[in-house]
Design a protein around this ligand. Structure first.
Ligand code: SAM
Length: 462
């Protein structure tokens, strides 16, 4: 059987989609190649959120196709995911040697299409059409190729986004919001737990909008099917958290990415109510200026954002709070940017992902006046990064001497003598461990810190 290599660009949703495609192919008898050089099939799972990510995937494909041609090697190559969806056939005009372009609602068709290409029945396939219920098709897991080795897994609960932020291409690449049902998600989680998974991260473009629309009426009503009373005062997302929380053997629940607007009182209360829900929240801020937030179509103000964080910190003291920020959005003045700096000083994020604004095709912001020059975007990026890193380092140092619970994931990728785990608030901890620690919930004492890493001494084994 052929071997396949999948390279993933972008977010955890993309990681999860790649894993589901790999699992689908392995189930059909494919082997997983270690690199694109030896593989019979190479798939690039792409990201469109910024232009840089698109260019990286295009350059990579040019190199792969060029190398195969030079070595006269037969190789099937394809793009899948967000850029495949947004550019479709246009990718073949630029790279005519590409065999497959697979959109975001078509991952479950990868094996079928590759069969046709490998058998020579078709020479090129582009499929980016929408497909009903495709949101429920991303469910197979690899668990690192063996049911024994993964302690943590991602579960995709929904697809698409209806928020339409003016900078964002995601509604065009992932389509309208569609959610899986609670029983369907719970079944997948239960199966993962039966295979040794201890921590599940629920994934979606905006998970807090889960179940608001696009739930197939042919499937059972979520709460009724789990046998729980219907809790009208809890959002569908919180009902899902409740249902997943019931799974015996599951130790931790996380989710990403939410929208700040989605942190209603029911979700805030869930942090205090559900012990398995880890005390970590990623709240994409995007800007600290109300004027820019409005232009971005974010649906909250600076004041509301700060109030949500206060509520979360009250409900769960010590909660880890991270964010995404865009610098250089069209029209952003120095004064607007100062507002972002001041909000970061006020809120003291545990970490922040900072993005230089990248104009995306067919998004309103790309045509807005007063586009910010690249040099200013870079300069603001650096200033904000310095501030965020300074705050984050200080917050890391506060852990020295503390005992924290970690879930041990396995040997560190950089140094196999060390083992790596994560705290409940999602910080990486390295310690001198061994295979018997893998999958364990342990307490470690933090001795020192490094760059976005804590170094621990195992204190008590559970
Ligand atoms: N759920 C998130 C939210 O509430 O906005 C969206 C996740 S998005 C895929 C990841 C991050 O990419 C966004 O939060 C945003 O900071 C960044 N991003 C999206 N579009 C961008 C653009 N055109 N330029 C720069 N950064 C962008």
């Amino acid at each position: 059987m052929p071997s396949v290599f999948i390279k993933t660009y972008g977010c955890q949703m993309n990681e999860r989609d790649s894993e589901a495609v790999a699992a689908q192919l392995v189930a059909k008898g494919y082997t997983l190649a270690k690199s694109e050089v030896t593989a019979d099939v190479v798939l690039l799972n792409t990201c469109s959120v910024r232009d840089f990510a698109e260019q990286k995937a295009i350059n990579k494909m040019e190199n792969i196709v060029g190398a195969a041609r030079n070595k006269k090697r037969e190789q099937i190559v394809g793009f899948m995911g967000c850029m495949a969806q947004s550019r479709g056939k246009e990718l073949l005009d630029r790279l005519p040697d590409v065999d497959l372009v697979l959109g975001t609602q078509k991952f479950h068709r990868a094996a079928e299409y590759l069969d046709e290409l490998l058998a020579g029945r078709r020479s090129q396939i582009v499929d980016v059409a929408p497909e009903a219920k495709s949101e429920a098709a991303i469910r197979e897991h690899l668990l690192n190729g063996s049911a024994k080795t993964s302690v943590s897994a991602f579960v995709s609960i929904m697809q698409g986004c209806n928020q339409h932020c003016t900078f964002c291409i995601v509604p065009a690449t992932r389509g309208e919001e569609r959610s899986r049902t609670i029983p369907d998600v719970v079944d997948e989680c239960r199966e993962l737990v039966s295979r040794g998974v201890k921590e599940i991260t629920l994934l979606g473009q905006i998970v807090t909008s889960y179940g608001r629309r696009g739930m197939s009426p042919a499937q059972p009503e979520p709460a009724a099917a789990t046998g729980e009373p219907r809790l009208a005062s809890r959002s569908a997302f919180v009902q899902l958290l409740d249902a997943v929380h019931e799974i015996d053997g599951l130790a931790r629940i996380r989710f990403t990415s939410p929208h700040p607007k989605g942190y209603g009182d029911d979700l805030v209360a869930a942090y205090a109510r559900l012990p398995k829900l880890c005390e970590t929240a990623h709240l994409p801020l995007q800007s600290g200026s109300d004027r820019i937030l409005k232009l971005m179509h974010r649906g909250y103000t600076r004041e509301k954002f700060v109030a949500i964080i206060e509520k979360l910190r009250q409900a769960k003291p010590g909660i880890g709070i991270t964010t995404d920020i865009i610098v250089g959005f069209p029209g952003e003045t120095e004064e607007d940017f100062e507002q972002t700096l001041s909000l970061c000083r006020e809120v003291q994020f545990d970490n922040a992902y900072i993005f230089k604004y990248s104009p995306r095709r067919d998004t309103p912001a790309a045509d807005m006046p007063d586009q910010v020059p690249q040099t200013i975007r870079e300069e603001r990026n650096e200033r904000l990064l310095n501030l965020v890193n300074e705050i984050a380092a200080r917050k890391y140092d506060e852990f020295i001497g503390r005992r924290v619970e970690i879930l041990v994931e396995g040997p560190s990728k950089k140094n196999a003598a060390r083992y790596t785990g994560r705290t409940r608030c999602n910080r990486i901890v390295l310690f001198d461990g061994s295979a018997r620690h893998q999958g364990q919930l342990m307490e470690v004492k933090i001795e020192r810190t490094g760059s976005f890493t804590l170094y621990g001494d195992p204190a008590i084994l559970e």
